[in-house]
Design a binder for this molecule. Structure first.
Ligand code: HEM
Length: 119
């Protein structure tokens, strides 16, 4: 089997959340040494069977390198690669979040000042 994924020069990036969406034997992505691979079609071609990949996934780095795969295995990888693995971006506090946080405190302070001023 040989297939090539043609992408433009853009480097695609994927996070752990993306991997969770492709975590079934019918649609299985793995991470190996900072890169993401779609191994769905490869699972049945793996000489040591499909389960050993799934059991070692989705981050197969230790399993794959631990076995000491020969060059032939790396040839497959270049056909299966999707892009880079990156950390999930930390969610920035949005203006709406800040408003929700500070509005009740502001209201309380206002009531307190009003109470002091009128008593
Ligand atoms: C996409 C990832 C992987 C690719 C492309 C791949 C590819 C290969 C290839 C081409 C072979 C045959 C090597 C030879 O000619 O001697 C092989 C063997 C083997 N692989 Fe993988 N492999 C992958 C992931 C894994 C993982 C995660 C494990 C888990 C530990 C694993 C365990 C093994 C074992 C134990 C063998 C030896 C089979 C034998 O000699 O009977 N592989 N793999």
């Amino acid at each position: 089997m040989h297939f090539t994924i043609t992408v433009d020069s853009h480097v695609w990036e994927f996070t752990a959340s993306d991997l969770l969406l492709h975590n079934t034997p019918d649609d299985y992505w793995v991470v190996l040494d900072g890169k993401v691979y779609d191994v769905t079609l490869f699972l049945d071609l793996h000489p040591a069977g499909r389960n050993i990949i799934i059991d070692n996934g989705p981050d197969i780095t230790r399993g794959f390198l631990g076995i000491g795969h020969p060059e032939r295995a790396y040839d497959y990888l270049s056909d299966l690669v999707l892009g880079d693995f990156i950390e999930d971006p930390v969610q920035e506090a949005t203006t709406a979040h800040r408003l929700l946080y500070w509005a009740p405190l502001g209201l309380l302070l206002g009531l307190f000042v009003y109470h002091c001023a009128t008593s």
